[in-house]
Design a protein. Sequence first.
Length: 401
Amino acid sequence: MTLRILADQNILALDAWQDPDVELVFCDGRTLSAGDVKHADALLVRSITRVNASLLAGSNVRFVGTATSGTDHIDLDYLQQQGIHFTSAAGANAEAVADYVMCCLAELVIESGFSLAGKTVAVVGVGHVGSALLSRLRSTQAECLACDPFQQLCSETPYVSFLEALKADVICLHTPLTQTGDYPTWHMLNADNLMRLPKGVVVINAGRGEAIDNNALVTHLKGMSVKTKINQDSSENFRHSQRFILDVWEGEPSPDPELLDLAYLATPHIAGYSVEAKYAASQRVVSSLCEHFGLALPDFKVPDSAPVYGVGDADDKQGVTDIGCVSDNDVSEFCASTDRQAAANAEQQQARQLLKTFSPRRVDTAFRQAYLAADNKSSGAECFDNIRRSLTARRENPHSQ
Ligand SMILES: NC(=O)c1ccc[n+]([C@@H]2O[C@H](COP(=O)([O-])OP(=O)(O)OC[C@H]3O[C@@H](n4cnc5c(N)ncnc54)[C@H](O)[C@@H]3O)[C@@H](O)[C@H]2O)c1
Ligand SMILES: O=C(O)[C@H](O)[C@H](O)COP(=O)(O)O
């Protein structure tokens, strides 16, 4: 009997999957309804689809796979009660997110002479992503702090508490979204904790938007702006006094435009978007599905040649094959405006190398321009999704493998 699989149209590489025993139907993960799902045997989703009783009750679905690491969009208890098999792509994009964070720090190095030397960096959430990031950070001159109350229970490595982590110069949030338990992450950075952050802190959130109370953050950053103006500092100084780098937002795909404006770097939930991560995620969920239903395994290995998917002409003389992917020419032009004397500095050299693989600032610029120009909420949401869809050529940093 043919197996009917309903899959989000933006799960990479699935369209190359051919199996006579499979009927693969693609859908828009944002608008997927119970009616669409009713006759499917298996469902493959991304983080944008809420999978729960309202979507699945009365359907034939016996398998749910998400091509993501996070699972907060899935009602896991419901799936378990119903005996529906579940799989995620845990860890598939860990290296990509670690690359993203290192590239954001590289932007700071190039744009503002920021240096990791002598700084403390706290990684909050030391799972797949946090560990990949820590292993990169340990080869820099920063002192690394790990914060993870769950890992702490089963490891001899020293960990710090969340309150200790909040004293660091750079704080990177890589926690899942949780509302219950001893250490819920929902609004872990709230109005009270925002007040504790040191001047000059850099906060990077590439976990889930809800880890930070976005309304409280707007109030906090606006308050700082007023204080800085009273002290007659320039607004540029204000922007640099506490810098928030946000890849994830409350209310996606419609983040608060005011927060977008106040963020130092803003990207539309693309930290994990490398070609390698996307292929690995597709391979992970489809392998699990094939095992579950006894189907032949397809091979979604990333082709050796790059760029590989949905990108412009590889010989493009502009050198830009995709938003965020930068050519040599672009980088030198970009860096010409920075302090030339400091160009010899090893940290700056490394930062430049990293930015050749991926420039979060380029994504930030495209995102800000399009999103802030949108004249209503739905065109803003469309723009959020369009930018995500257009980022298809980013490769992982070979130096980090
Ligand atoms: N922005 C993106 O594109 C992107 C990409 C990948 C993952 N994510 C998000 O990042 C999260 C982490 O990804 P991962 O693959 O490392 O997941 P993971 O499950 O491997 O690791 C999460 C870690 O966070 C820890 N943790 C849980 N609650 C905590 C708390 N209150 N304080 C500190 N640590 C806590 C857990 O113990 C675990 O070690 C995912 O759940 C997902 O929501 C976002
Ligand atoms: O949890 C994850 O893996 C990430 O948030 C993931 O990168 C989101 O990707 P999407 O759902 O848009 O495919």
